[in-house]
Design a protein around this ligand. Structure first.
Ligand code: ADP
Ligand code: MG
Length: 684
């Protein structure tokens, strides 16, 4: 029954569905969490304490006790004559009867649990047990324990999985010769799943549980291979679709560069060249531009837009927040309008008449349209979209990014995604395997590194004094309010309170406030006043986290830094150190900190490199959280670990390339086995 249903009753099937178990193949790949050793019985006196063990013993006494609380207590005795108490705090009347029955007819119990030294001698609390016939044979193999959910017993799972193993096609999905497998420490597929589900008699527990075993390595390799195949296939499928060839002499870009007060860094020049090579291809660019905070991604994007515009196409530039989008709009307009480029602005907060006008403008062919996710709304129709740029791409969901690409009329636009949240190599290799990646690994010259200080909030006075000192020197400061993720209302209240308190503590200075609930024009006015130096201290929520660029600000204070994500702290810190002045980032924390919180703040304190921070963050939190639910759309790895199994992911990547080139049937078989119906969803 390859890929077929699993023949469970509807109620059970529904519960299995929640575990992702729909087809025989799903069951085959539903691997044990751990094993229990029921192949031997210990004498009570010899069982190692505190470890799961099996014991065979006969019931000598059964009683329901009421002190200290109602419980069923049975005493059992093994062949050597040693006794053990069994305690059940939750029990059914039928259980009492069953144990009494065993006491009366002398049939032994096989008990599984941990023996502890209780008040009255050794005891097991809530052991798993079965009444057996005397001399019933012991299992010869270890017993698998599966991940499960309420209402699906281990016994039921074992039975279903056993049947699936017998029915499913366990053939090799691709031609892999035994030598190759062995060289890489991989078992054959059928051997691997049979071994892991039904360990052979005598298989040592340690070897089985070690995920270095060739059986486990094979599973992890296959899983990574499915992920690579699915990503690479999507990537190649996109190449099939035509994109506008954005060939231009490059005059517009040269003019822009000529007017800038700075020259591009080597890294910027390299990345611009990488992008320009893509733009003249007849298939859409899918490029992720990674560059640490302040590495100068905006000008790179502007130069790409110049190419599209000069070739007679439109470019769209989407940013995740209103503040950031508006800032980009103002900057791009100041760069490009003098060169005769029509730049339009589109945000959700525009009044409807203005919005209609802008939508018409986008349709009629403004050459560059900058905005928030308002750009991807249905009412916006681009006449000739040639390039879609997404800033801070990790802040958007997959669907939103795809939606912008669909705005091309006919041709698929080229896509440039930018992110300052660097993706560690192992993640880039798997979750982002469908993208080409460019990296800005050089900061513009003349920056003084930001000094980071960890300060207990009991020393707030010193921080206030530092703010005054900075302002006295003509600088400006950000003061970021504590993050309250659970409640937007509380977050707002905190921002208002922080602003009120600081206005008093910093009497005589001009203290501004921005938060997510302000109207867009209020936000914009405040940001403009801050940029113009009319506000000394800007109290802000994380709305300023991304992209905001005010070079005169030299002090960043973050309250309750322990509540923020590490990359978020790094982003916030990147708001200062943008000018020539010595800048400071003060991370205020309220103690005592947990060990984890301390370790996390230390990472930000010790590292100035966003890549290093992201790597450490990944190590502490694991990839699932790092990527976040927003990025889902890529099959997550259940078994392989990106860090520990980097060699397997790498190997899988090579194999994926090879299979896609020479073995389409193998590709289809493998994807069907691992992703089955989910594959369809992923393509959408
Ligand atoms: P990010 O990569 O964080 O988006 P930005 O594009 O906002 O960085 O650039 C940060 C600042 O550096 C901006 O003020 C920008 O004008 C400036 N900048 C960009 N490239 C250079 C360069 N090559 N030399 C000097 N300053 C630069
Ligand atoms: Mg930016």
């Amino acid at each position: 029954m390859p890929g077929g249903g699993i023949g469970a009753a509807p109620a059970l099937a529904e519960k299995l569905g929640k575990l992702g178990l729909v087809r025989g193949d799903d069951l085959v790949l539903h691997l044990p969490l751990r094993y229990e050793d029921e192949t031997r019985c210990f004498a009570i006196a010899e069982a190692p304490p505190g470890e799961p063990v099996q014991v065979e013993a006969r019931v000598v006494d059964v009683a329901v006790q009421f002190r200290p609380r109602r419980q069923l207590v049975a005493r059992v005795r093994d062949a050597a004559g040693d006794e053990l108490a069994l305690r059940f705090l939750n029990f059914y009347g039928s259980q009492t009867k069953q144990l009494e029955g065993a006491r009366d007819d002398g049939r032994p119990l096989r008990l599984f649990g941990e023996i502890r030294q209780g008040f009255l001698g050794p005891e097991m609390v809530h052991p798993r047990y079965r009444v057996v016939d005397a001399a019933a044979p012991l299992p010869t193999a270890l017993t698998p324990v599966y991940p499960t959910t309420a209402g699906v017993s281990q016994t039921a799972l074992r039975k279903l999985i056993g049947a699936a193993l017998a029915d499913a096609d366990l053939g090799e999905p691709f031609a892999a010769d035994a030598g190759w497998l062995e060289r890489h420490g991989l078992a054959g597929f059928a051997d691997a799943v049979r071994y892991l589900h039904h360990p052979p008699p005598g298989a040592p527990l340690a070897a089985l549980q070690s995920r270095d075993h060739p059986a486990w390595r094979r599973i992890k390799f296959d899983e990574a291979l499915a992920q690579q195949l699915s990503l690479r296939r999507a990537f190649l499928a996109r190449r099939e679709r035509g994109a506008p060839v954005l060939a231009a002499a490059g005059e517009l870009g040269r003019q822009l560069l000529g007017r800038l007060p700075f020259a591009l860094t080597g890294a910027q020049r390299r990345v611009v060249a990488e992008i320009e090579r893509d733009l003249v291809q007849p298939f859409p660019m899918q490029r992720l531009l990674q560059g640490d905070v302040g590495s100068g991604k905006t000008i790179v994007a502007a130069l790409a837009a110049c190419r599209a515009i000069e070739a007679g196409w439109q470019a769209a530039f989407m940013a995740p927040t209103e503040i950031l989008a508006e800032q980009h709009y103002l900057k791009l307009k100041s760069w490009l309008e003098p060169l005769g480029v029509r730049v339009a602005w589109l945000s959700g907060s525009l009044k409807s008449a203005a919005k209609k006008a802008m939508q018409a403008e986008a349709a009629a062919g403004a050459q560059l349209v900058v905005g928030t996710h308002a750009l991807i709304q249905d009412a916006v129709d681009f006449a000739r979209l040639g390039l879609a740029i997404v800033d801070e791409q990790h802040r958007f969901g997959v669907q939103q990014r795809l939606a912008l690409r669909r705005k091309g009329s006919g041709a698929v636009p080229h896509q440039l995604m930018m992110s300052a949240t660097p993706i560690p190599r192992t993640l880039a290799m798997s979750y982002y395997a469908d993208l080409d990646v460019s990296v800005l690994d050089e900061l513009p010259p003349g920056r003084t590194p930001v000094k980071t200080k960890l300060i207990a909030d009991a020393r707030r006075d010193e921080v206030i004094a530092a703010v005054r000192a900075a302002v006295a020197e003509g600088r400006q400061a950000y003061w970021v309010c504590p993050l309250i993720e659970e409640s937007e209302k509380l977050q707002l209240q905190t921002a208002l309170e922080t602003h009120a308190v600081l206005s008093e503590e910093l009497a005589g200075l001009s203290v501004g406030l921005v938060h997510g609930r302000l109207k867009a024009d209020e936000k914009a006015a405040t940001m403009a006043a801050f940029a113009a130096g009319k506000i000394d201290v800007l109290v802000a929520t994380t709305v300023i986290e991304v992209g905001v660029d005010v070079p005169n600000a030299s002090l960043m204070v973050i309250e309750h830094a322990e509540r923020f994500g590490l990359s978020q702290l790094h982003q916030l810190r990147g708001r200062v150190g943008r000018g020539a002045h010595e800048s400071v980032c003060a991370l205020l924390y309220s103690g005592p900190l947990s060990e984890m919180a301390r370790a996390r703040l230390k990472i930000v304190f010790e590292n100035t490199d966003g890549f290093a921070i992201a790597r450490e963050d990944l190590r502490l939190r694991g990839p699932g959280e790092f990527i976040g639910s927003r990025q889902s759309g890529v099959p997550l790895l259940r078994y392989a670990d990106l860090e520990a199994d980097a060699d397997l992911v790498e190997l899988a990547r090579g194999m994926a390339e090879r299979l896609l080139a020479d073995d389409p049937a193998g590709v289809a078989r493998h994807l069907e086995r691992w992703l089955g119906s989910r594959e369809e969803l992923l393509k959408a």
